[in-house]
Design a protein around this ligand. Structure first.
Ligand code: MSP
Length: 507
């Protein structure tokens, strides 16, 4: 079994969380739950990026100190993660004391390597991206991501000799074809690298909200240098009491960083160069998903089309939220969000296909067999289930969330067809009790496998289905042997539950 370290970006606490943050975090949670369910050991990290110019300015506007301001937002992020059933093992804040110490130790290592020098920066800076910008990156003089002209900035900074790592990075991309996924993003990164890497400032003096540079407190670390190191702080690098965790997950495990395309180059090009400089092994994969628009338009506060994840969870429930985004959009590609699609998927896939299947099968088992269905030797779906578990594994290991759900739903359709063809109500009427029992056992066993397979996506629904089937406990993990069709044994007594996904009337 493997050790897997999964991370989300740490989000800026300059505002409340939005749909993009929720999307990446749920994706990471699906993976974390998937790997745990296979029996792997997982460490799942998310957190908040609390320094930098953007936050310092916003706090000032709000009449608060930066720390007061970020404290007020961190609780909102944590609240959303709780509402979304996020099972992170740790929540890191870049204002954590330990993170200061880790960043300073890391800086010291890079300095000792000879990769840091002082120089003057005179150029452009986009506060929205917290990034130094080249004229060539602008569209009509503006940052394309923030639609704002960057500011001119001049100051004496510490620079990181990023350019020293041009060759090493080229080698990395030759040797590790899975370092960036999906493939299209890998190719983009390689072509970006082909344009040549330039050194970059890693400290700031015009702002003071940040981690002081060791022995030179007039400088604070550039927010991205500080932020990327969170992945090491969170796993215990340079912390003797956590050395086992660091070794297990970072040195001997598989490290998966998730993010969207906006910040891929920081993860795929800057971060490995920093790690190489500090002598720390590299992560396994940076997976970049796409960006959402809404009704064909960029999502932005100024346009007023922000999608509020709290409101969506409130109206549709956590499981529907976690289902919709991964069934509707291919993970890795951009997606256009439309509320009516949410409603129609909710009604068709969840209320009709899944909810109705569970409800009619359990109701019939209750009504016709008093809820006591006998285990029988049933081979009907054995080959289908065997193949489905195989694709489930492959799909999720390869970040194919949409495909995984499509495969599960194909099986749900098969079970619904089985109900229609076998007509248990007619069997009951004709008093064909053995055949009726066999059909219902087969359906229940099929539903049990569905509950297991959807659990990384919809952990609550999975448990509710298990209770409806009268099975006491939902397993923490499921071995290869347990994936066999027909494994459901006595005793289980069907307990019909209320509707899993009550149908939504047109709003
Ligand atoms: N603080 C940095 C990340 C540092 S990680 C070492 C940052 N924060 S952020 O708050 O701007 O979050 C960016 C991330 O939020 C994206 O990479 C993505 O994961 C998610 N999303 C933000 N907007 C999004 C969309 N419109 N669509 C999809 N995901 C997006 O950058």
């Amino acid at each position: 079994m493997a050790n897997i370290y999964i991370t989300t970006p740490i989000y800026y606490t300059n505002d409340v969380p939005h749909i993009g943050h929720a999307y990446t975090t749920v994706a990471a949670d699906v993976l974390a739950r998937f790997y745990r369910f296979r029996g792997d050991t997982v460490f799942f990290l998310t957190g908040s990026d609390e320094h930098g110019q953007k936050i310092a300015r916003k706090a000032e506007e709000m009449g608060k100190t930066p720390k007061e301001y970020v404290d007020s937002l961190v609780v909102v992020f944590k609240d959303l993660w709780e509402k979304l059933g996020i099972s992170n093992d740790h929540f890191i804040r870049t204002t954590d004391e330990i993170h200061y110490a880790t960043c300073q130790a890391f800086f010291t290592k890079v300095l000792a390597k000879g990769d840091i020098y002082k120089s003057r920066y005179a150029g452009l800076y986009c506060t929205g991206c917290e990034s130094f910008k080249d004229e060539s990156e602008l569209v009509e003089g503006k940052c394309p991501d923030h639609n704002k002209a960057p500011e001119w900035m001049e100051e004496e900074d510490y620079f990181f000799k990023w350019s020293n790592y041009q060759q090493a990075l080229e080698q990395l991309f030759q040797d590790k074809p899975l370092f960036v996924l999906p493939k299209s993003r890998f190719n983009e990164t390689v072509s970006f690298l082909g344009q040549g890497i330039k050194d970059i400032p890693i400290s700031r003096t015009l702002i003071s909200w940040g981690i002081p540079v060791p022995d030179d407190p007039d400088h604070v670390l550039y927010v991205w240098f500080d932020a990327l190191i969170n992945y090491l702080t969170g796993i215990g690098w340079n912390q003797p009491e956590l050395s086992q965790r660091y070794q297990t997950f970072w040195e001997e495990g598989k490290v998966i960083h998730l993010m969207a395309k906006d910040i891929l180059s920081k993860h795929a090009l800057l971060w490995p160069a920093m790690l190489l400089s500090a002598g720390v092994p590299l992560p396994t994969t940076c997976f970049s998903h796409g960006y959402f628009t809404k009704d064909g338009m960029k999502i932005s506060k100024s346009i007023g089309n922000v999608i509020d994840p709290f409101a969506l969870v409130e109206s549709y429930g956590v499981d529907a939220f976690r289902y919709f985004f991964f069934r509707e959009f291919t993970f890795g590609e951009d997606g256009d969000y439309r509320e009516e699609r949410f409603e129609s998927r909710y009604n068709s896939d969840l209320a009709n296909d899944l909810g109705n299947l569970v409800s009619r099968v359990t109701v019939m088992a209750q009504k016709f067999l008093d809820g006591r269905v006998e285990q029988v030797e049933s081979q009907k779906f054995a080959p289908v289930i065997e193949a489905l578990w195989k694709t489930w594994d492959e799909d999720l290991q390869n970040f194919r969330f949409k495909e995984c759900l499509e495969h599960i739903w194909k099986f749900i359709t098969e079970l619904n067809v089985c109900v229609d063809v076998e007509k248990p109500w007619a069997l009951a009427k004709e008093n064909k009790r053995d055949h009726l029992n066999e059909v219902l056992y087969t359906l229940i066993e099929g539903i049990r496998h569905i509950a297991l397979m959807i659990s990384p996506f919809m952990p609550d629904a999975s448990k509710t289905i298990y209770s409806a089937l009268g099975i006491e406990t939902f397993p923490q993990s499921i071995s290869m042997e347990e994936r066999v069709f027909g494994g459901l044994q006595q005793p289980f007594t069907i307990k019909v539950q209320g509707s899993l996904f009550p149908k939504k009337e047109k709003t």
